[in-house]
Design a protein around this ligand. Structure first.
Ligand SMILES: [Zn+2]
Ligand SMILES: [Zn+2]
Length: 186
């Protein structure tokens, strides 16, 4: 008797589905289809509905974005960061071999500057506090410290990039993040 492939290793993949509460479509219940809530469960809206929702909100509330932006700039100033130049970002990119600092996927010249200690947590906007991360990691890390984010990944069984010791540069934990935006002189 032939066994269905999902039973051949004695482990049945999670085939549970969830119906998005906005669009009504059903998808396999996983992280790619439904993002995680802060408590670690899955959202009730599918990713694409979530994206549309955020987009609509930001379009309808331009003041909200402006305010968030100015709060952030004020924090950067209060934290004492001097900003990060493109050549400094490129240096970090070389140290990381153009791969995400957290999950290790190739960035292919892209990725996002991540403040290892988040601005909201008192981190400085400068090269010593900057690293490069893929969009997924940057979003998921949000206002977590590096330590908190790596714990968060381990708890979910996600890959954690090992510091690459053949890098002549300081270990990853000492490299940091950035905001690409420069602070405008007053
Ligand atoms: Zn949906
Ligand atoms: Zn990543």
């Amino acid at each position: 008797m032939l066994l269905a492939p999902e039973f051949t290793h004695g482990v049945r993949p999670n085939m549970e589905q969830r119906k998005c509460k906005d669009c009504g479509a059903s998808y396999l219940l996983n992280r790619d289809n439904f993002g995680n809530t802060p408590s670690g469960g899955f959202r009730w809206q599918c990713r694409s509905c979530m994206r549309n929702h955020v987009k609509k909100y930001t379009e309808q509330n331009p003041e909200w974005i402006k305010e968030k932006h100015s709060v952030r700039l004020a924090r950067i100033e209060a934290n004492g960061g001097r900003g990060i130049s493109f050549s400094e970002i490129n240096k970090i990119r070389r140290e990381l071999r153009d791969c995400c600092a957290y999950c290790g996927i190739p960035l292919q010249g892209g990725g996002e500057v991540d403040h290892m200690t988040p601005i909201a947590r008192g981190g400085r906007d400068e090269p010593t506090n900057a690293t490069l991360a893929c969009t997924k990691c940057n979003l998921a890390k949000h206002a977590k410290t590096v330590e908190e984010y790596l714990q968060w990944r381990k708890k979910r069984g996600l890959i954690v990039r090992e510091p690459n010791r053949s890098n002549a540069e300081p270990p990853l934990q000492k490299k940091k993040l950035i905001l690409v935006r420069k602070i405008q002189p007053k």
